[in-house]
Write a protein that binds this ligand. Structure first.
Ligand code: FES
Length: 114
C-alpha cells in the first residue's frame, strides 16, 4: 500500500490505513514516495508505527510475527518492543524508529519529520 502524505507546520502526516483495515494482532507495510517504508501495527486495539526495515538486516518487520507488544523479525528471529522501538531479542541490538500516531475520522496517520 502506498501512503498519502501531507506536510503540516509541526511535521508530516503520513496516511497509513483506516482503523478498520487492521484487526488486533495485525501489522502492515506502507510504502512511501519520499521516505523509508513504515510498519503500522494494531496491538490490542492500539495503533503504533515504526520503520518497517529491521535494523539487523534487510527484512520487512511487517512480515514478522507480533508476540504481545513485540514484533519478531522473520529473517533471524530478532525482535523489537513496538511501542518504544527498543531492540529486545538478539541478534537485533539497534533500536528501530517509532512514530507518533494520530487518528482522525477513522484514518490512521504517522507523524514524521522526514
Ligand atoms: S534481519 Fe531482522 S533479525 Fe536479522
Amino acid at each position: 500500500m502506498a501512503a498519502t502524505e501531507k506536510r503540516m507546520s509541526d511535521g508530516k502526516r503520513v496516511l497509513l490505513c483506516k482503523t478498520s483495515d487492521l484487526a488486533p494482532g495485525e501489522v502492515r507495510k506502507v510504502e512511501r514516495a519520499d521516505g523509508p517504508a513504515i510498519a503500522v501495527y494494531n496491538i490490542e486495539g492500539t495503533f503504533y508505527a515504526t520503520d518497517d526495515c529491521c535494523t539487523h538486516g534487510l527484512a520487512s518487520l511487517a512480515e514478522g510475527v507480533i508476540e504481545g507488544e513485540n514484533i519478531e523479525c522473520n529473517l533471524h528471529f530478532g525482535g523489537f518492543h513496538v511501542p518504544t522501538g527498543k531492540a529486545v531479542f538478539a541478534p537485533c541490538s539497534i533500536d528501530i524508529r517509532t512514530f507518533p500516531i494520530e487518528i482522525s475520522n477513522g484514518d490512521v496517520f504517522a507523524v514524521t519529520t522526514d
